[in-house]
Design a protein around this ligand. Structure first.
Ligand code: ATP
Length: 239
């Protein structure tokens, strides 16, 4: 579905990613773990066209996307829920969600049932349903994070990039976010998940990649990575 081959990318003269290859098959959840500054967010940005790769190939459903601008990539069905709380602050929760569906009206994919998907998103995120008419900027940080995730889902995406969806959330909300990821997975949504909670990410994922200093150091089925001594020591709190 999404395939990243020999990707190199960075900022100006600074190369951050070195020859990264990641495969995200249809219907699977793939996680990318790594310490701060390893290049996880940079990988997500390169895939969604926010930065241009200096080398390599990214394909979505067999189509090259690495030279396309972000809005064209979104039209092809790639949704990016970015790190941090990027919501349209002065708009209501509902309008934020409707905007998430906007690329469905401009691309060549079928528009589908936007109204139905809006109701589904509200079901999935009951906290957003309760706050449907509230200005997004007045939501709590955790609620804004959920809104960013729900907005990504409103694209009815082929693939969703989730960049640290649990960042800064209270433990109960972290659990809720992972439950939602589990539900999306059971509905067949394809995801590339970056997470600080490596153990929880490996529990929900089918396959994982470990990024160290801009290079993939280990990859394998999530169950295998969970028991890999080096991965355990570095990312799963030892033991
Ligand atoms: P974290 O978990 O801390 O978010 P990460 O793995 O997502 O880390 P990135 O955000 O991809 O890491 O950052 C990788 C490297 O790129 C870091 O050294 C960072 O300082 C650098 N970097 C990130 N954004 C920019 C930018 N806009 N301009 C210059 N350098 C940047």
């Amino acid at each position: 579905m999404l395939s990243i081959k020999n990707l190199e990318a960075g900022y100006g003269q600074v190369k951050v990613l070195h020859n990264i290859s990641i495969d995200v098959p249809k219907g699977k959840v793939i996680t990318l773990i790594g310490s701060n500054g390893a290049g996880k967010t940079t990988t997500m940005r390169a895939v969604s066209g926010m930065i241009k790769p200096t080398h390599g190939e990214i394909t979505l459903d067999g189509k090259r996307i690495d030279a396309l601008p972000s809005h064209r990539i979104a039209r092809l069905g790639l949704a990016h829920s970015p790190e941090g709380r990027r919501v349209f602050a002065t708009m209501s929760v509902e309008d934020n969600l409707i905007l998430g569906a906007f690329p469905r009206y401009t691309g060549s994919r079928s528009k589908g049932d936007v109204k139905g998907d809006l109701e589904k998103a509200m079901e999935l995120f009951p906290r957003l349903k309760e706050r449907r008419t509230q200005q997004a900027g007045t939501l709590s940080g955790g609620e804004q994070q959920m809104l960013a995730m729900a907005r990504a889902i409103m694209l009815n995406p082929e693939v969703v990039l989730l960049d640290e969806p649990s960042m800064g959330l209270a433990p109960i909300l972290v659990e809720e976010v992972f439950n939602i990821i589990g539900r999306l997975k059971s509905e067949g949504v394809t995801m590339l998940l970056v997470e600080q909670f490596a153990a929880a990410a490996l529990n929900v994922a089918d396959y994982g990649y470990v990024l160290e200093n801009g290079k993939i150091s280990v990859h394998g089925p999530a169950d295998k990575l969970k028991t890999d001594p080096a991965v355990k020591a570095a990312y799963l709190g030892g033991g």
